[in-house]
Design a protein around this ligand. Structure first.
Ligand SMILES: Cc1cc2nc3c(=O)[nH]c(=O)nc-3n(C[C@H](O)[C@H](O)[C@H](O)COP(=O)(O)OP(=O)(O)OC[C@H]3O[C@@H](n4cnc5c(N)ncnc54)[C@H](O)[C@@H]3O)c2cc1C
Length: 423
């Protein structure tokens, strides 16, 4: 199969529609949301919920277009899926608008991605249908614990099967859960969401004993104990969640309830990341592009335009910087496109997925920092959004595998080492 660089029509449509949202709904309240951390942007959430329903949002509650879904309609010629390509484009545009607000877009997020990656067809039907309901609904994924971040095998949350009631009893402590509050706590404006909690059903089995469980909002024993105060993406809630003897129906386990010698449980997490890391990379590209475009516009207001086409030695230092930034943004975007194309074509993409995230994490930090630097006091002032994007950029390099961890994944694949051989 060959990669096509022509933008498919549904992708163009999606970008066009969401650019309007980014321009008119996100940018005007971006600063206000940044300054009022933990305020939920209900107007944006409600608008996006209605818009996604009108566009035929997928059952996972992810953004998508009805046109893309037609690819699988019976009787019509089968086209390769472009679902991830559409998503990457949508996320890039929304993150150009405001990446924190994009993270507050209703839908399944990482929680639904985990159900998609490791759930049975019954579980997908049961847990994902709610995102098409009357009210905007959220889901979150809880992997990280105080002693287990990059090293996910160190999780201590435990799930024990109560044979008498056939329920799982889950106890543990989860931290840094994106959208944890909106997914679990009761808000009259929002529908009944869920959290997906990673726990061990057999600590002696290491990663092979890790499983994820769907825990419905409002389940007794679960408590949102803290909301983080953060440097960037301040509109996105990041919660700590305690689980104290939480009883979960037997059928809410994602994957096999028995432990085999393989690492099937952990593979569910990795499959989720292979699908979602290029999407996180797309959000980084969106933020970088926002900073680059704003920089060029502010420079133009000061009479500085970029003289493309001149030999490099004739350019000013600023012109060279801006052109280098454009190369960074474009190259990162091409890596995202490759990784999502592979996901859409069902090709193993762990290497490309991590590569795209490493590249995007790097360039969004460099581009936003350079924009602040070139603009001087204007870049540092809260009057403009450049300083905010500089703060928003860093997260691209932290969640869903830090830059260092994704570099390790890349090295393992390139050198053909296992996780235990290279860590
Ligand atoms: C805003 C925000 C939202 C988040 N959302 C979620 C979420 O929804 N769900 C969830 O489960 N988690 C979430 N996280 C957690 C995130 O995934 C972790 O912070 C991340 O995996 C890193 O783990 P850690 O913070 O414990 O850092 P550590 O693992 O302690 O790492 C600290 C530093 O050491 C480096 N390092 C660690 N191991 C190695 C190694 N082997 N080689 C080289 N360098 C290494 C890391 O790269 C990092 O720079 C979120 C975090 C933030 C900040």
């Amino acid at each position: 199969m060959t990669i096509e660089f022509e933008t498919p029509k549904p992708v163009e449509q999606a970008r066009f529609l969401l650019q309007t949202v980014a321009d008119n709904m996100m940018r005007p309240i971006s600063r206000e949301m940044d300054e009022n951390e933990h305020e939920i942007p209900f107007s944006y959430i409600e608008f996006m919920h209605s818009a996604m329903k009108a566009m035929g949002g997928s059952s996972a509650g992810s953004l998508s277009t009805s046109e893309d879904k037609k690819a699988d309609e019976p009787g019509k010629p089968k086209r390769p899926s472009i679902a991830y390509q559409v998503l990457a484009n949508q996320l890039e545009v929304l993150s150009w608008g405001d990446v924190g607000m994009y993270l507050s877009t209703p839908g399944g997020g990482l929680g639904a991605a985990a159900v998609q990656a490791a759930g049975s067809s019954e579980q997908k039907e049961k847990f994902l249908a709610r995102f098409n309901g009357e009210k905007p609904t959220f889901a979150a994924m809880c992997m990280t614990e105080p002693q287990a971040g990059s090293d996910t095998s160190a999780i201590r949350t435990r799930a024990v099967l109560d044979e008498a009631t056939r329920e799982w009893i889950i106890t543990g402590e989860k931290i840094f859960v994106t959208a944890g509050e909106k997914s679990f706590n009761d808000h009259p404006e929002l529908g009944n969401g869920f959290i997906v909690v990673w726990a061990s059903i057999d600590p002696g089995a290491g990663r092979a004993g890790m499983r994820s469980f769907v825990i419905e909002a409002g389940t007794p024993g679960v408590k949102v104990t803290k909301l983080e105060h953060k440097m960037g993406i301040r509109v996105s809630d990041t919660a700590s969640i305690s689980l104290d003897g939480v009883r979960v129906p037997f059928e809410n386990i994602l994957g096999s309830p028995t432990v085999e010698k393989s690492t099937t449980g952990f593979k569910g997490a990795m499959a989720t990341f292979d699908a979602t890391r290029p999407l996180v990379a797309a959000t980084g590209v969106g933020v970088a592009r926002a900073a680059l475009e704003e920089l060029k516009s502010m420079l133009a207001q000061q009479g500085v335009t970029i003289r493309y086409g001149l030999p490099r030695q004739k350019l000013t230092a600023i012109e060279r910087d801006v052109i280098d930034m454009e190369i960074m943004v474009k190259s990162a975007w091409l890596m995202v496109l490759k990784a999502v194309w592979m996901a859409d074509n069902k090709q193993p993409n762990a290497l490309e997925s991590s590569m795209s995230k490493v590249r995007s994490g790097d360039i969004v930090n460099r581009v936003t920092q350079k924009a602040v630097e070139i603009l001087g006091p204007l870049g540092y002032s809260r009057e403009y959004l450049i300083e905010k994007w500089f703060r928003d950029a860093k997260i691209t390099d932290i969640y869903e595998g830090t830059g260092q961890i994704n570099r390790l994944v890349v090295a393992r694949h390139m050198l053909n080492y296992s996780g235990s051989e290279l860590r």
